[in-house]
Ligand binder design. Structure first.
Ligand SMILES: C[S@@+](CC[C@H](N)C(=O)[O-])C[C@H]1O[C@@H](n2cnc3c(N)ncnc32)[C@H](O)[C@@H]1O
Length: 303
C-alpha cells in the first residue's frame, strides 16, 4: 500500500513557526507525513492532537508515529467536532493547527471504497468515515433528482457536461441501480464519446481522466466537505492561542474560496492573514508529486 506524500511540507513547517514545546493540532492525520515533522520540530515536549475521520488512517498514523506515541493524542472523529474534541481531551490552546484537506493516497488507491475511477469493480461508496455519513456515493447517484445532481457536478466538480452526464445517469438508473465505479465511469465516458462524436477510447484531457470531476464532486457531496470546512474554521481559530497559526491546504476552488472568504472577513479582527495570495508548490515538487499541483496553502495568525 503506497504511503501518502505530504504536500507543501517545507512551507507548512516554516509558516507554522514551530518551536520546541509547542502544542499542535493536525486535523487531517492521514499517513502522518506532516505530523511526523511537526513532532520533530516541537520535540522533546510538544504535544500533538491528531484527528482523522477514517479509522484505518488513525491506525496507520499510529504505526508511522510509534517513536513519538507518548506525545500524541489520536482521535477518530470528524474535525467538524473540533471544539468538543478539544474539551474531551483537555487539549489547548494550540500554537499551531493544520488542515490538509481531501483524501490520502492509500484511501484513493487501496481501500475499496470507490474513491478512484481506476478501480472499476469497487462499490461507489466514498465515505471517509464508513457508515457515519448517511448517503454513499451510490445512494446520491441513484436517489437524487436531476436538478440536485446537476448542481453537485457543477458546483463541486465544475464539470462542463454536468447536464448531459446526469441525463445519462437518470436514463441508466431506470434500467438498474448504478452500484460500481466502472458503471459510472462508463456513463461519463459515453457522454464524452457522444460529445466528441467518436467511438474511440476517450483520452485523458491534460493529464486528467474524464471522470475526475464527477468523482471529486461526489466525494465532496458524500462527506459534505464544504459545509464541514465552513463550520470548522471558526472553531480552529477559537482553539488557537494568541500568536498561534492555522494552515489550510485545499485542493479545490470551492474549499479555497471558503478559507479565503472567512479569513478576509476576520482579518484585523480576530486574525491576521499571513499570505494574501495562496502559496502553491514549486515546479520541482509538482514534478515529483502531481497531486501537489492543485494544492493551495493559506496561513493566518490569531490576534
Ligand atoms: C490529504 S490527507 C492528509 C495527509 C497527511 N497530511 C499526511 O501528510 O499524510 C487528508 C486526511 O483527512 C481526512 N479527512 C478528510 N476530511 C475529514 C474530516 N472532515 N474530519 C476528519 N478527517 C478528515 C481523510 O480521511 C484523510 O486521511
Amino acid at each position: 500500500m503506497s504511503k501518502h506524500v505530504p504536500v507543501l511540507l517545507k512551507e507548512v513547517l516554516e509558516l507554522l513557526q514551530l518551536k520546541t514545546g509547542m502544542n499542535v493540532i493536525d486535523c487531517t492525520l492521514g499517513d502522518a507525513g506532516h505530523a511526523e515533522k511537526i513532532l520533530e520540530a516541537t520535540a522533546p515536549y510538544g504535544k500533538l492532537l491528531g484527528i482523522d475521520a477514517d479509522m484505518e488512517a488513525v491506525l496507520r498514523a499510529k504505526q508511522f508515529l510509534y517513536k513519538n506515541e507518548d506525545r500524541v493524542v489520536f482521535v477518530r472523529d470528524n474535525f467538524v467536532n473540533l471544539g468538543s474534541i478539544l474539551e474531551e481531551n483537555n487539549f489547548g490552546p494550540a500554537n499551531g493547527i493544520l488542515m490538509d484537506l481531501g483524501w490520502s493516497t492509500p484511501q484513493f488507491e487501496d481501500r475499496g471504497r470507490g474513491f478512484s475511477f481506476l478501480q472499476p469493480e469497487e462499490k461507489l461508496d466514498m465515505r471517509f468515515a464508513g457508515n457515519e455519513m448517511k448517503m454513499s456515493a451510490a445512494d446520491i447517484v441513484n436517489e437524487l433528482d436531476f436538478g440536485r445532481l446537476v448542481i453537485i457536478f457543477k458546483k463541486y466538480g465544475e464539470e462542463n457536461l454536468s447536464k448531459q452526464i446526469v441525463k445519462a445517469i437518470v436514463d441508466k438508473r431506470k434500467e438498474k441501480r448504478i452500484e460500481t465505479v466502472g458503471e459510472l465511469v462508463e456513463i461519463v465516458l459515453q457522454v464524452y464519446r457522444d460529445k466528441l462524436k467518436t467511438e474511440k477510447e476517450i483520452p485523458w484531457i491534460g493529464g486528467i481522466h474524464p471522470a475526475t470531476k464527477v468523482f471529486q464532486a461526489l466525494r465532496i457531496a458524500v462527506n459534505d466537505e464544504l459545509k464541514v470546512l465552513e463550520q470548522t474554521l471558526p472553531q480552529a481559530v477559537e482553539a488557537l492561542a494568541p500568536g498561534g497559526r492555522l494552515a489550510v491546504i485545499s485542493f479545490h476552488s470551492g474549499e479555497d474560496r471558503i478559507a479565503k472568504t472567512y479569513f478576509k472577513k476576520q482579518n484585523g479582527k480576530i486574525l491576521n492573514i499571513i499570505n494574501k495570495k495562496p502559496i502553491v508548490c514549486s515546479d520541482e515538487e509538482g514534478k515529483e508529486n502531481p497531486r501537489a499541483r492543485s494544492a493551495k496553502l493559506r496561513v493566518i495568525e490569531k490576534l
